[in-house]
Design a binder for this molecule. Structure first.
Ligand code: BES
Ligand code: MN
Ligand code: MN
Length: 461
């Protein structure tokens, strides 16, 4: 591996320059205005795969944004690793909360990243982490050290639910067949506490529209005598949780996989400081479902959160008005074995049933995601753990993550393949938020660790 490390050392500056170039492309999948940039990012990835020494790479068109597929097959007896990542990013707004423009990456030192971090939308989620894989493969190929077959599946619609990727996978099962899927789109607990994510939550997401009077009304002339959709919506949403922060929707918890006392005790051993947690997000106190720890609330328990709510007058000054309509977007994070379609249906039915007769309530489902768990007793997990032990000097802690990666459950369902979630980000990297960043330490640690994964995995095969 010293040849590989020498190659990485000699090309560090160039690797970083290339990532910065990718980060300058505003590949926001949710917003049609950026579709040319999404296309540009896809072409960039394809070119870099070819430059890394991959045999073939192409843009696969879908009904939405293109999927970049590339492969290097070295030996039919060697194991095949499918690398998944995404080149699309979340919208960058609110722009005014960024200290530097989201698509003009800059490197700055922070308390957590004393060697510097790259500030840009997508730096950590997932351009920076996905790019580590392309550079790791480049280093392996350049030094003649690659001993696995490798397939790259890099999509442009992860942040909008991966619907088209699922169709592509159904249609390309043979081409995508693999022994393991390797993904860096999650995080570690801290730079001195390596960890591997072994579970992801699922997602059910709905939009709500409440309609009251047929037009906005004067809140003096009509106030007190008519339903106010914003008041009604607030009351309805507030009623969805009881005093113990338990979700009231009938049947919501029916399929929840309750962890055994042993599993919960094992989880509690993972290093976690509630004081640091609160400090890092500027909170006086935490809150959540009674009877569960902060770590449990954010990983093994389902949630219900208002993600946005609007209506009426929100401009400057005061306007006295009762709005005709009120809106909200609500997410529910799901745990094994909850089914997003079932939960969305339960929500819709219950929410419409509690609507007062004075208003009309419409619930529209958005994309969802299945929860996923990954094994720790597999050769692939062991290879990842060994690789991280070598580069971090400590063995990684398995832990369940709170976020979702919609396609992970499809790898198992469609391809019959398990996934290893070997991510290198930190919760403090502010993904989806203003000032998203990715530590240079983390970027280079990833590039050094990934080649070791291939080495150990090939050996175990
Ligand atoms: N990479 C994240 C998910 C993530 C981050 C999982 C950190 C675990 C730790 C992914 O890009 C993401 O943001 N997923 C969305 C899914 C949704 C848009 C369908 C999410 O979790 O909100
Ligand atoms: Mn991601
Ligand atoms: Mn994301």
């Amino acid at each position: 591996m010293s040849k590989v490390n020498d190659y990485i050392k000699a090309h560090k500056g160039q690797f970083l320059e290339e990532l910065l170039e990718l980060l300058r492309i505003p590949s926001i999948s949710a917003d049609k205005k950026f579709s040319a940039d999404v296309q540009k990012a896809a072409s960039f990835i394809k070119e870099k795969l070819l430059a890394a020494g991959i045999d073939s790479a192409e843009l696969c068109e879908t009904k939405g944004h293109p999927i970049v597929y590339g492969e290097k097959l070295i030996d039919s007896n060697a194991p095949t690793v499918l690398v998944y990542g995404h080149y699309d990013v979340q919208p960058a707004d609110p722009y005014e909360l960024w200290d530097s423009p989201p698509f003009e990456p800059v490197i700055k030192k922070t308390e957590i990243h004393p060697e510097g971090a790259i500030f840009a939308r997508g730096a950590c989620d997932d351009k920076g982490q996905m790019y580590m894989h392309i550079k790791a493969i480049e280093a392996l190929i350049a030094t003649d050290s690659l001993d696995c077959n490798v397939k790259f599946l890099i999509e442009g619609e992860e942040e909008v639910g991966s619907d088209n990727l699922e169709i592509f996978m159904e249609e390309n099962k043979d081409r995508l067949s693999c022994d393991i899927v390797l993904v860096s789109d999650t995080g570690i607990i801290a730079n001195d506490i390596p960890s591997i994510t072994v579970g992801l939550r699922g997602l059910s997401y709905v939009e709500i529209e409440v309609t009251g009077p047929n037009r906005d009304l004067h809140s003096g002339l009509y106030g007190g005598a008519v339903p106010n959709p914003l008041n009604v919506l607030s009351e309805m949403l507030a009623s969805l949780k009881d005093d113990n922060k338990h979700i009231n929707i009938p049947g919501f918890y029916n399929d929840v996989d309750e962890l055994s006392a042993e599993d919960r005790a094992a989880m509690a051993k993972a290093p976690f400081s509630e004081v640091d947690y609160k400090k890092s997000i500027g909170l006086k106190d935490v809150e959540g479902e009674i009877g569960f720890s902060t770590m449990e609330r954010s990983s093994i328990r389902p949630t219900l959160d208002i993600n946005g709510m609007w209506g009426g007058y929100t401009g400057e000054g005061a306007k006295t008005v009762i709005p005709s309509k009120a809106y909200a977007k609500v997410s529910m994070r799901l745990v094994p074995h909850q089914d997003p379609n079932k939960i969305t249906a339960l929500f819709k039915k219950y929410f419409e049933s509690i609507a007062p007769a004075s208003v009309t309530v419409k619930v529209t489902p958005h994309h969802g995601a299945m929860p996923a768990v990954t094994p720790t007793d597999s050769p692939a997990y062991q290879a990842a753990a060994q690789a991280m032990t070598d580069t971090f000097g400590k063995s990684p802690v398995p832990f369940r993550g709170g976020g979702s990666i919609p396609i992970v459950s499809s790898f198992e369902q469609i391809l019959g393949s398990k996934t290893v979630l070997m991510g290198f980000g930190l919760d403090s990297d502010a993904i989806h938020s203003p000032n998203e960043h990715f530590g240079l330490f983390n970027f280079y640690k990833g590039i050094e660790t990934i080649p070791l994964f291939y080495q150990y995995y090939a050996k175990s095969f």
